[in-house]
Design a protein around this ligand. Structure first.
Ligand code: ATP
Ligand code: MG
Length: 393
């Protein structure tokens, strides 16, 4: 039996997801819609993906008993979170499960310096940086030449967490102290014109398809708005971004969905920021605006189904819905935003992740506006931001 048929709905083999967040939840929904049963391994008993899954194993990602149960029930395993131990993915692959993304690629994405080396070896430009692992490195001329910069922990950073803007050597030294002297990279602070991302999917046979280039607006280090088609991206830049993403997927012998985030600099140059070995927040619009979503692509790559080029059928604007929206007044109790007012606008698709407790800075859901034209999508999205009390973009 081939891996692909082992994971087909007819054999009742379940698919496994490591991680319980909203990305896992949207994968579960896509897989279930196509007849699969899904098991989620996630320690949190109340996770968005666990609540949607057919089966939830509440244990650590490396729990031996849980992994034995997963192996017995599932033919294929994917992740929705890049910080699952890559050794677990390796173990499951050796046990004969179809595993995507591959363990080695996940390991690269878990460490900013490894990731940058991978960019450079694939010929993909990235920000000048230095690895900082001891106090003697803080004063080197190479490090000084990168200031003003952004100090980022080498591992476990997300949504701008584990980062500090540093202008001087003294600020760098105190920021590194404050981070607990852990392994960090210092990146030169680059003059950004705007940010974009590209999502590619690569199949076991090496076929690569991609979603259209997305333009992303971040606020406080967190994605706030994604627009597709990307309004400010020249065609050559878009082509270069797609070529870089495809080169990286091939270089990593990748199977699955891979997102590369890029900076477009004031002088027009394209610089890779980071990559995620999974679907990405900037690809959520594809659920409502493309004929194949990023989660469909994750499913197809996992079970060995064919990849067809996704087609954007509607211009789209995605707005992230953060927990702050539940607290319009400082100090007040949480109140649900006025969804009916927003849903009265045409082409609004509301996605909430089933998180019971809204908190400031927590991703609670997103909203995608689709329309017949770019101008209309933007106009409706701006009306939605006004109704929700979000800043315009
Ligand atoms: P994510 O949630 O995307 O994983 P993260 O915490 O890993 O985020 P980064 O993507 O490294 O953080 O940085 C967050 C944001 O900070 C970027 O999207 C960009 O707006 C800004 N930023 C990061 N690095 C630089 C840089 N070298 N120069 C200028 N701005 C930067
Ligand atoms: Mg980022």
């Amino acid at each position: 039996m081939s891996e692909a048929s082992a994971a087909s709905p007819a054999t009742a083999g379940m698919l496994a997801v490591l991680g319980g967040g909203q990305l896992g939840r949207m994968f579960v929904h896509a897989a279930q819609a196509q007849g699969f049963r899904v098991l989620v391994l996630e320690p949190d008993p109340h996770s968005p993906a666990g609540a949607a899954a057919d089966s939830h194993l509440g244990a650590a990602y490396d729990d031996a008993d849980a992994l034995a149960q997963l192996q017995a029930a599932c033919a294929a395993v994917t992740t929705e979170f890049e910080n699952v131990p890559s050794a677990v993915l390796q173990h499951l692959a050796l046990a004969g499960l179809a595993v995507s993304p591959p363990a080695a690629a996940v390991q690269v994405c878990q460490h900013r310096a490894r990731e940058k080396q991978c960019f450079m070896s694939a010929g993909v430009p990235c920000a000048p940086y230095a690895l900082i692992e001891s106090s003697s490195e803080l004063d080197s001329p190479a490090v000084a030449s990168l200031l003003p910069g952004i100090l980022k922990t080498s591992t476990l950073g997300y949504d701008g967490k584990g980062q500090a803007s540093v202008a001087t050597s003294a600020e760098l030294a105190s920021a590194w102290e404050a981070m607990g002297r852990v392994s960090c990279v210092l990146e030169q602070k680059l003059p950004l014109a705007f940010e974009i991302s590209v999502i590619v999917a690569r199949g076991r046979d090496g076929t690569i398809v991609h979603l259209p280039v997305q333009q992303n607006l971040h606020r406080q280090g967190v994605l706030a708005v994604t627009q597709v088609p990307a309004p400010d991206v020249p065609p050559d830049t878009a082509r270069q971004a797609v070529a870089c993403a495809a080169a990286l997927a091939a270089k990593l012998d990748y199977v699955g969905v891979l997102c590369i985030e890029f900076f477009v600099l004031a002088d027009g140059r394209l610089v890779a920021n980071e990559m995620a070995p999974r679907p990405h927040n900037s690809g959520h619009y594809s659920l409502d605006a493309c004929d194949v979503s990023q989660f469909d692509l994750q499913l197809r790559t996992l079970v060995g189904w064919p990849l067809t080029p996704p087609r954007l059928h509607s211009p789209a604007v995605m707005l992230n819905l953060m927990g702050d929206l539940w607290f319009p007044e400082a100090g007040s109790a949480a109140q649900t935003p006025d969804w009916p007012a927003v849903l009265a606008l045409p082409g609004v698709h509301l996605h909430l992740y089933g998180k019971t407790e809204p908190r400031r800075g927590r991703k609670m859901g997103h909203l995608t506006v689709t329309a017949a034209s770019v101008a209309q999508a933007r106009d409706t999205a701006l009306q939605a931001t006004a109704l929700l009390g979000l800043p315009a973009f």
